[in-house]
Design a protein around this ligand. Structure first.
Ligand SMILES: [Zn+2]
Length: 382
């Protein structure tokens, strides 16, 4: 049973209950909304009966790293900054229901309103919950991101959402026929019964996810920046900084200079770099610039809270080694798979969190190779 104390089926029922929250009047047919002129009154929610979907770890006074509890498919970490007069949330999870769940958990910390929400980059697991914050507070919420991230939510984010809505029914149908086949054998074989139960859970979770995806309306940030933006709140200075391309084209980091805390999005995670939309060569330069900040705690988009700056040096070294392997492989005329297999993951395992059971990292190396090739071709064409 997950640590939030609900059985999987109870959890799914709760997710579904959240997924059918009424549509708010600022939803536009295009599926994108902007914050200007929302004019929606406060939506008060009751505190949850269970301890919540997230672990909140206080990394500095009033600064919390937020990570989904085991079994909670919220997609990514977030962060909460409680100031003297308001609250700031960094990243909004994969689904509005999880953003609402975090909103409820924040109420157990403080009665102060959330006034700012920051998206570190465009990826759905950091932005698809935006709608849960806008309109929920009488004085409104300012939604911030890098200018490129805003552009990418409006293009790549919209496209990804449409693709997921289209892909999931097909996947669910395929799992259902697989389940039908398995159920024919279920009476005799314990292993098959287990596999069938696993498939049943996956189908139920995917169906709940799909139902909620139908209700997602991507909300675009209404305040963007190019290089840096500083929020001068009454109790704390909060800097949004851009150091160049890396995990995506528009990765913002959130820096609290007095607390020496850095929210780094997915520029650094608990695992090796996830480069599907990345720029591996520029990523090294971006991380090198970030190294100059005075930082004691790093809150990352995925994985555990990191202490000190060693992780930046570790990820730079990993990327540099990988890029060298990629260059050498290309010079010898090797294919993408061969080069990806040659990237040394094992020497770096001590610098990563444990790999998830489905062992995704070798597959990620293929993306790293493909993106390094694209970056090289891009540079050659300039
Ligand atoms: Zn990401």
């Amino acid at each position: 049973m997950p640590r939030h104390g609900l059985t999987p089926s109870a959890w799914i029922r709760r997710s579904l209950a959240r997924a059918v929250a009424p549509r708010t009047p600022w939803v536009l047919a295009a599926g994108i909304i902007t914050l200007a002129g929302c004019g929606v009154g406060p939506v008060m929610a009751t505190a949850p009966q269970d301890p919540g979907d997230f672990d909140l770890e206080e990394v500095a006074p009033g600064v919390y790293a937020v990570s989904p509890r085991p079994g909670v498919p919220a997609g990514a970490n977030a962060a909460v900054i409680v100031n003297a007069d308001e609250v700031i949330v960094v990243d909004t999870h994969m689904r509005p229901s999880f953003a609402r769940a975090l909103r409820d958990q924040i109420r157990t910390l403080t009665a102060l309103p959330i006034r700012y929400v920051i998206n570190t980059h465009w990826h759905p697991d950091h932005t698809q919950g935006n709608q849960a914050y806008v309109g929920a507070f009488p004085k409104g919420v300012t939604l911030l991101s890098h200018a490129i991230a805003r552009q990418e939510i409006a293009t790549l984010g919209v496209r990804r959402l449409a693709q997921d809505r289209e892909r999931l029914p097909r996947e669910i149908a395929a799992w259902r026929s697989q389940l039908d086949r398995l159920e024919a054998e279920a009476a005799t074989d314990a292993g098959t019964r287990q596999e069938a139960a696993r498939l049943q859970r996956r189908i139920a979770e995917a169906a709940a996810f799909l139902r909620e995806l139908e209700l997602v309306e991507l909300v675009l940030p209404n305040l963007t920046f190019e290089r840096s933006l500083t929020l001068h709140t009454s109790s704390r200075r909060i800097q949004l900084l851009y150091f160049g391309r890396g995990h995506t084209r528009g990765d913002a980091v959130v820096y609290l200079p007095t607390d020496k805390v850095l929210m780094i999005g997915d520029l650094v995670t608990g695992g090796p770099p996830f480069a599907r939309d990345g720029y591996p060569g520029e990523w090294v330069r971006t991380l090198s610039r970030i190294q100059r900040l005075d930082v004691e705690v790093i809150v990352s988009g995925h994985g555990r809270v990191m202490r000190g700056k060693q992780v930046l040096a570790d990820r730079i070294r990993f990327l540099e080694d990988a890029l060298q392997v990629i260059r050498a492989g290309l010079d010898r005329g090797h294919g993408v798979d061969q080069i990806a297999a040659a990237i040394d993951l094992d020497s770096y395992r001590g610098t990563f969190d444990p790999e998830p059971p489905e062992q995704p990292w070798r597959g990620w190396m293929r993306m790293l190779v493909e993106r390094a090739i694209a970056e090289r071709e891009d540079q050659a064409a300039r």
